[in-house]
Design a protein. Structure first.
Length: 365
């Protein structure tokens, strides 16, 4: 096997695939590898951890067909370290060499037969707008848990609603819901749970435009965008009943500018320890943010705001609150509350297709 390709093109593809390669499966070391196959002037790169797989197809100057499996991390690091211009990759016995100019690396390989066959969904594809899906994933995936002991919470619910498609994620401390009106992907009443990690990687692959296709089977989903494809196992779990957390209406609704609020929260986080809440004091004409950290100090921020309803003071985890403010779109944001011990809901003004619910944190003073 031998091919030549621009360093930047190969580096980008290797970086994306290497993130998927397993680094903890000692029983199957080949899962830490990237499979590189050349047929004519086409190179296919593949990485998998058996649950999540990413493949790239690149045009190259093929100089010999063949296939090899080598460490994904090493290949990515080596190619990224090379200078600009074309690089040459070729097999030499049981090794693979990477060269450019006066630099040359030689890397040991894994047995090609040890690399598993990548499963892909072959159902009829449906097409989605890549920018629309990317924005929805940016807003929702952040609320999914990364705790594998709570498997159901590590997934993102994709559900058919009468108005279109809904994406939902929660880690039990916050909840993100994004509606895509008019988007038909699933059958009537159908719902699936896709690993949040897989959708996070998919979001990295989605570019500034174009479409993404989705093939969905009973236990697998495959997304294709540009020259890349991502395939993931679905989670066989019961997603929590999130609807009971969202009230039909809230008695208190505060409106303020989103960007100044986000900047204020970021400043407050400087003094906040891991368990220190940020206190939001909501009045008719202002929003006051207070952080009191024992033996460290305190900070106070005040913003213009309007409140419909009763004045209320609620404490929140500043990390979770900032994540919600970042996710909301628009110049203005609303914070809807009931009382200091019930969840609050964040929405963008004029952007009702997305909500971010965050649990309050008890205030001791």
């Amino acid at each position: 096997m031998k091919f030549r390709v621009e360093r930047e093109v190969l580096a980008e593809a290797l970086s994306a695939t290497a993130r998927v390669a397993s680094t903890r499966n000692n029983a199957m070391p080949a899962l830490s590898g990237v499979r590189m196959q050349v047929i004519g002037d086409e190179l296919q790169l593949s990485c998998t951890d058996n649950d999540l797989s990413v493949q790239f197809t690149l045009p190259v100057g093929g100089q010999g067909d063949g296939v090899v499996v080598a460490s994904a991390k090493l290949m990515s690091d080596i190619v990224r370290s090379m200078g600009e211009g074309k690089i040459t990759v070729e097999t030499t016995g049981e090794d693979v060499s990477i060269s450019a100019g006066r630099s040359q690396f030689t890397v040991s390989t894994f047995a090609v037969t040890d690399f598993p066959t990548i499963a892909v969904a072959s159902a009829p594809p449906v097409t989605l707008s890549a920018p629309v899906l990317a924005e929805a994933l940016r807003q929702v995936v952040r609320a999914a848990s990364v705790d594998m002991q709570r498997l159901a919470l590590t997934g993102v619910l994709m559900a058919a609603e009468p108005e279109g498609l809904r994406l939902v994620a929660t880690d039990s401390y916050r909840l993100a819901v994004r509606d895509l009106p008019g988007t038909t992907v699933l059958g009537h009443g159908q719902k699936v749970v896709i690993p949040g990690r897989a959708l996070g990687e998919l979001n990295r692959l989605l570019g500034a435009g174009g479409d993404v296709t989705l093939c969905l089977e009973e236990n697998r989903a495959t997304f294709r965008v540009g020259n890349a494809s991502l395939s993931t196992s679905l989670l066989a779990v019961e997603f929590p009943n999130y609807r009971q957390l969202i009230q039909p209406s809230y008695p208190n609704k505060l409106t303020t500018a989103r960007e100044p609020l986000l900047e204020a929260i970021r400043r407050c986080r400087i003094l906040a320890r891991e368990t220190t809440p940020v206190r939001l004091e909501m009045t008719a004409t202002s929003l006051r943010l207070v952080v009191l950290t024992q033996d460290v100090g305190n900070t106070v921020e005040e913003l213009d705001a309007t409140l419909v309803g009763s004045e209320v003071t609620v404490g929140f985890n500043p990390e979770y609150l900032a994540a919600g403010i970042e996710a909301v779109s628009g110049d203005e944001i609303t914070i809807e509350t009931t009382d200091p011990i019930k969840p609050a809901v964040l929405r963008g003004v004029g952007a009702d297709e997305y909500l971010y619910l965050v649990m309050p944190q008890r205030l001791t003073t």
